[in-house]
Design a protein around this ligand. Structure first.
Ligand code: ATP
Ligand code: IPE
Length: 258
C-alpha cells in the first residue's frame, strides 16, 4: 500500500497577505481530490498543515518585539493554530476525508534544539484508515517556547509510518532552476536531489518565520537522508494531487534525499 504524508503549505490554505484568512475553495478542492484518491486506490495518508496567516504573523510580532516566543505569544499562537486546524479538518471531513485533528504541542517538544514527537498513536490511526491532521505549532522547548515547523513534522511522521513519501503542496508547480516568482523563464525540474535543488532555491520573501523552500530541503536532509523522497507540487492545480496519489502522470518535482 502506498503511504504519503501531505504537507499543505500555509500559503495555499490561507492568504498570507491577509491576517486570519482561510482559503476554503482551495482546501475543498484538495479534500475532494484526497477523498477521490482514497476511493480509487489503497492509500495510507496523513496531513500536516502550515501556519500561514494564522501562525506566522502571531509569531513574527513577538519575535520582532522580544526576540523570543514568550508565554503570551505561545498561548495566542496555540489558540490560533488550533482554530485553523479545526477549520482545515472540518473542510476535509465535508469533502469526505476521515480526518482527525492531532494537536502538535501535546505530542511534540523541542529537545536541545531538535524536534521530538511521540507519533505512535498517529501511525496507528493511519493503520486504521483514518487521516490524522497535524500542524506547525508553538511547542515547549528546554527553557521556553519555540515554533516547530510542519516541514519538520512531515519527516517524523513519514518515519513513524514506515518511510512514507512526502508531498509538499505549495503555491508553485515544483522546484525550478530559479525562483519562478521572480523569473518567468524559470524551468521546472522533473527530478532532482535535495543537494542539487539547494543551488536553485532561495528562502521565503514573505512573513515566514520558519524559512520557505530552502529550509524545506534542508530539513528533509536533516531527517530523511538515505531514505526520503518528496514531491513538490502546486496545491491549487486541480486534480494534480489526485493524479500523483493514484499513480498517474502529474506536474511537479520529485526530490531525492540521498
Ligand atoms: P509556506 O511553507 O510558506 O506556507 P509553502 O510550503 O507553500 O508555503 P514556501 O516554503 O513558501 O512554500 O516555498 C514556496 C516558494 O519558494 C515559492 O512561492 C517560490 O517563490 C519560492 N522559491 C524560491 N526559489 C524557488 C525555486 N527555485 N523553485 C521553486 N520555488 C522557489
Ligand atoms: C509554522 O508552521 C507554524 C507557526 C508559525 C506557528 P510551518 O512552517 O509548517 O508553516 P507554513 O507552511 O510555512 O505556513
Amino acid at each position: 500500500m502506498k503511504r504519503y504524508v501531505i504537507k499543505l503549505g500555509g500559503s495555499i490554505i490561507t492568504d498570507k497577505d491577509e491576517p486570519l484568512s482561510i482559503n476554503i475553495p482551495t482546501l475543498l478542492g484538495i479534500g475532494e481530490e484526497i477523498a477521490a484518491a482514497m476511493r480509487a486506490t489503497d492509500l495510507s495518508l496523513a496531513i500536516v498543515h502550515g501556519g500561514g496567516s494564522y501562525g506566522h504573523p502571531s509569531v513574527r510580532e513577538c519575535l520582532d518585539r522580544k526576540g523570543v516566543m514568550d508565554e503570551p505569544c505561545y498561548v495566542r499562537t496555540a489558540y490560533l493554530m488550533s482554530e485553523l486546524s479545526l477549520m482545515v479538518t472540518q473542510v476535509l471531513i465535508a469533502a469526505g476525508v476521515p480526518a482527525v485533528t492531532l494537536t502538535t504541542r501535546s505530542v511534540c517538544a523541542m529537545k536541545s534544539g531538535r524536534p521530538d514527537c511521540e507519533l505512535g498513536i498517529a501511525a496507528e490511526m493511519v493503520g486504521r484508515g483514518l487521516v490524522p491532521v497535524i500542524f506547525g505549532d508553538g511547542v515547549l522547548s528546554d527553557d521556553g517556547y519555540e515554533v516547530m515547523s510542519g516541514d519538520d513534522i512531515v519527516w517524523l511522521l513519514a518515519k513513524a509510518m514506515g518511510d512514507a513519501e512526502v508531498v509538499f503542496a505549495t503555491d508553485v508547480d515544483g522546484i525550478f532552476d530559479k525562483d519562478p516568482r521572480k523569473s518567468p523563464d524559470a524551468r521546472l525540474l522533473k527530478e532532482v536531489s535535495a543537494f542539487e535543488a539547494l543551488k536553485y532555491v532561495g528562502g521565503s520573501g514573505r512573513i515566514d518565520v520558519t524559512g520557505g523552500m530552502r529550509s524545506k530541503l534542508v530539513k528533509g536532509l536533516r531527517h530523511a537522508r538515505g531514505w526520503g523522497r518528496a514531491y513538490v507540487v502546486n496545491g491549487g492545480r486541480r486534480w494534480n494531487l489526485f493524479n500523483l496519489l493514484t499513480g498517474k502522470p502529474f506536474i511537479g518535482t520529485v526530490v531525492w534525499y540521498q
